[in-house]
Every structure is written in C-alpha cells, then in structure tokens.
Design a protein around this ligand. Structure first.
Ligand SMILES: Cc1cc2nc3c(=O)[nH]c(=O)nc-3n(C[C@H](O)[C@H](O)[C@H](O)COP(=O)(O)OP(=O)(O)OC[C@H]3O[C@@H](n4cnc5c(N)ncnc54)[C@H](O)[C@@H]3O)c2cc1C
Length: 488
C-alpha cells in the first residue's frame, strides 16, 4: 500500500499554498477530485486573448500577503483606489448621478456601523439578523436626506440589499448574522483590486510550480473515506480514481483537509464515519455556518453600448412589474425550452449590477447573481440566460439590442459542482464564535494533530476570500512541519 507523510485533500488555493509551504523536505501527495487545480479559482479561455475568472476575480486588500505575491508576479491591473465611474440607470432609462449612489453607499456603511455600536457582541444574548436592522436604518437615512426623491428610496434600498447579498454571499439578509458580520475584518488595504487579462491563472500556476514532481499531484481522485488506525498511528485514506474507476487506499501520518464547507455539508459524516469524536467535534459547525451561492453571467460583445470608461452599470428597478418586452428570439427560446415567462421577469428584476471587465479592450459585462435566483440561473440554458441579461440591460439603457449582438455568454454553476456546492461561507443566523472555532480545530485522536483543517471557511477574520484560503493553507503546512520536526 502506498504510504506518505502528508496527504493534502483539495487542489484549490488552500491546498496549493499548503503544498508550497511543505516544501521539498517532506513527502506529500495532493489529491484533487476535479480535472484541474484552482477549485473556486477557475480562469477560462473565453475567446482568443480573453481570459475570464468564473470564480474569484478580485485580489482583496492591497496590504495582504496575497496582494504581495500577485504584485511580484506582475499580474495586477489596477488598485481599487481608482474612483468609481458607474452608469446608474432606472427602468425608465433615466440616468442618475453616480455620486448619489456613492452617498447611498456611505449611508449603508454608516447603518452597519450603527448596528455594530448598538449590538455589542459581548452583550448580545441572541443572534440578530442583518435584515431586521440595517435596511430599515438605511431607508430612514435616505428619507431624511434631501438628496433622494421619494421614487428612488425603494429601488436604491433594494439595490443595496442585493449588493450586500452578493458581497456577504448569503441566501437572504434574514439569514445573515449581524453580530458576527460586524466582527468580520476585510483583508487589509484597498479592497477590490483588479487582475490583468489572464486573471488568477498565473497565480495558480505559480503555486503549482513549487510541486516539482507531477507524481505528487493526483487529479480526478476523490478522497471518499478517512479512518485513524490507532495501533499503527496512521490515517488510512480511501481514494476513488474517477478516471480509472478504481478505489485504492493510502497511509499517511497527517492530512491537510481543504475542501469547501459546501462539500463538507454533503459528505462529512460519510467520509469520517469511523471517527465519532471528529463528527462530534465539527457537526454543529458544519451544519450552522452558512455556505451561499453566487454566480456570474458573462456577456461578451464586439462593440460597447455603454459609456466609454464606465466601470459598471447599476440598474435601479423603478418600474412596476414587467421590466422589458421579450424579443421574438427570446420569446421563441423561452417557449421551446418551456421556461415560465415569469422566471424571465424575475431574472430581469434581480439583475442589478453588471461590472465592465477593465483589463481588456474586448467589451465584456459581468452580471452578478446571489441567493435563490443564482440557483434558478444554474438550471437554465446559458444562451437564454445571456439573452435575458442582454435584453434587460439594453431595455434599461434604451438601446436597440439588435445593433449590439451578444457574441458569447458564459455562466458559472458553483452549486451544481458536486465538489464545491456553492460559492463561499458566511456567518448565518444559526452560527456563532464557537462554531467558527470548531470548524478550524485540528483532530488529534492520539494526542497528535493528525487532520488539520484549512480553506476559506476556516479563517477567523476574512473567511470567504482567496486570502483566507491562502493564509490558512500556509498556516496548516507550518503546523505540520513543526509537528514533524518536533518528533524527529
Ligand atoms: C463566484 C465567486 C466569486 C468569488 N470572488 C472572489 C473574489 O473576487 N475575491 C476573493 O478573494 N474571493 C472570491 N471568491 C472566494 C474564493 O474563490 C474562495 O474563497 C477560495 O478560492 C477558496 O479556496 P479553497 O482552497 O479554500 O477552496 P476550493 O477552491 O473550493 O478548493 C477545494 C478543492 O477541493 C476539491 N475537493 C472537494 N472534495 C474533494 C475530495 N473528496 N477529494 C479531493 N478533492 C476534493 C475541490 O474540487 C476543490 O478544488 C469567490 C468565489 C466564487 C465562487
């Protein structure tokens, strides 16, 4: 039976960072269930010389360890301190001064700060949901300011609710834990820094370059069971080779487990069925901490129909119910695929933010969807979803959609991916500090840390980010090295 010192489960950023930091002095194997490295970083070749990140896209914080690596690799395009230049438009096609949205963003932040002051986390006895406090305070601020006309209050509030759902990546603001949210810390420095055309791919290649022997990487292999052998003081690991359709077993002294929380929610009990103490230790945390869904719909054009230099299009839904009349083409597609026309309007209604990809001359819009609608989108045909987004945006901007044909649509499907099952973690109304602590904790059945847990969800301050995956992967490798070195 094959034996090694360390098995790393998962070839996303956390697993690759762990591998890099284990270095060459230790025997390890990295097992990845999918046919690529990167996990929730997935850079696709969308067209000649056009690369799109379907998962993580921004480097968060320009004073972070992750930023420093990306900076050294010269893959950063620009920092977040470039002023926003958004096109803000209502359903009737009225262009709103984007400074008004900046002011509203400030009100939203202030409402969150006010919540943090009001609900002291040390004194709060029960969780308070975000939806109960922040949107109401925000709306009051809008109403009491002379800047916002009555007809814009509700659309702007809805816009910020959707934006928050996208950022926090929760299923609803009613499920977002306000107390834990206030304890969250962004990676340090300017927030959303952009990568050059090429996205995160060079970063993944850089991490992979530290694994010198290809034999150490096993793609298309899923870890299906882990058991601690008390007598041998080893972990017995069952691995399913998905290509060869063969199951094999391996032995190791330590394991660094990095799969997503979504995957753990589905498989934790089955994989660790023999380790009752581990199940006891983590089952509440895995059930309670939230794992949301965020999907992108990427629209690729040959010519722009939005203002030159605009970095985003923000849609304020000021109309009553129907946002746009479907074109004959879309009506036919919807009819053929037996899609409920109400779903089309629902998608149009939920679409509120489209980012312009800045790092290329090819006109690309990235539409973001969070919460229940993100799941609806996964189950629809890519071309139809693209056409719905295209016609919605054209209808807002009052441009003839036929004059600017959509060349290609790409759509992420993070929930359907059975090795991910969503996008990233958040503190739900059911979770607390204890859960966070338990999710991170190592498993030491014989007093020695045998299974270390890393990955975005295990980071104390900025879970949900590439930074978190990177830092926890490094941390887990350091711990393993110190255990191994102390026992030699
Ligand atoms: C749409 C979207 C947008 C995002 N935007 C940003 C952003 O702009 N900036 C940012 O910082 N973060 C962003 N994130 C979050 C960021 O992508 C993640 O936090 C980070 O990539 C997670 O890395 P990880 O290594 O923890 O997990 P993963 O990337 O999920 O890696 C885990 C790996 O384990 C593998 N695996 C699962 N089960 C098994 C098994 N049984 N055996 C072997 N392998 C297994 C999976 O295939 C996967 O490759 C975004 C995420 C999404 C989905």
């Amino acid at each position: 039976m094959e034996s090694t010192q360390v098995i790393i489960v998962g070839g996303g950023v956390a697993g690759l960072a762990a591998a890099k930091n284990l270095g060459t002095g230790i025997k390890y194997v990295l097992i990845e269930a999918q046919n690529y490295l990167g996990g929730r970083i997935l850079t696709v070749d969308a067209a000649p010389d056009l690369f799109i990140d379907m998962g993580a896209q921004y480097v968060l914080g320009n004073k972070s360890a992750l930023y420093n690596v990306c900076n050294e690799l010269r893959i950063l395009f620009r920092d977040d301190d470039t002023p926003d230049d958004a096109v803000v438009v209502t359903t009737e096609g009225k262009i709103i001064n984007s400074e008004l949205m900046d002011k509203a963003a400030d009100f939203w932040e202030r409402s969150i700060d006010e919540a943090a002051d009001k609900f002291d986390s040390r004194k709060a006895r029960k969780p308070i949901c975000f939806a109960e406090f922040v949107p109401r305070r925000f709306e009051k601020r809008l109403v009491s300011s002379s800047l916002f006309t009555q007809n814009l209050i509700e659309p702007i509030t809805n816009y910020f609710i959707k934006l928050e759902m996208t950022d926090a990546n929760c299923s609803s603001l009613y499920d977002l834990n306000l107390i834990e949210y206030s304890n969250y810390e962004n990676p340090p420095g300017a927030y959303e820094n952009e990568l050059k055309n090429g996205g995160y791919r060079p970063f993944i290649n850089y991490l992979k370059s530290f694994i010198h022997n290809d034999e150490q990487i096993r793609l298309n292999c899923e870890v299906t069971r882990v058991k601690f052998l008390a007598e041998e003081r080893k972990l017995l690991v069952e691995i399913n080779d998905l290509q060869k359709q063969q199951t094999k077993t391996m032995l190791c002294d330590h394991m660094i487990w990095t799969t997503s929380l979504g995957y753990l929610k589905d498989h934790f009990r089955r994989i660790f069925t023999d380790e009752k103490d581990l199940i006891q230790q983590k089952q509440n945390a895995i059930a309670n901490i939230g794992f949301g869904l965020l999907n992108k719909v990427v629209l690729i054009y040959t010519k722009k129909f939005w203002r030159e230099n605009a970095d985003s299009i923000k849609l304020l839904h000021t109309g009553k119910v129907k946002i746009f009349e479907m074109s004959d083409l879309l009506r036919h597609q919807v009819y053929t695929e037996r899609i409920d026309p109400n779903v089309v309007q629902e998608i149009a209604h939920e679409l509120s933010y489209c980012g312009v990809l800045p790092s290329t001359n090819i006109p690309v819009l990235i539409c973001w969807f969070a919460g229940p609608i993100a799941l609806v989108i996964e189950n629809l045909n890519e071309q139809i979803v693209g056409q719905i987004c295209h016609e919605t945006i054209c209808s807002y901007l009052k441009v003839d959609q036929n004059s600017y044909p959509l060349v290609r649509t790409l759509k992420s499907e993070w929930h359907s991916n059975k090795y991910i099952r969503g996008s990233y973690s958040y503190q739900s109304i059911h979770s607390n500090k204890q859960d966070e602590h338990e999710l991170r904790a190592s498993y030491a059945p014989d007093g020695v840390q045998r299974i270390l847990f890393a990955g975005e969800a295990t980071h104390e301050q900025h879970y949900g980010t590439v930074n978190a995956a990177f830092e926890t992967g490094i941390e887990a490798a350091k711990k393993v090295l110190s255990i191994v070195n102390s026992r030699q």
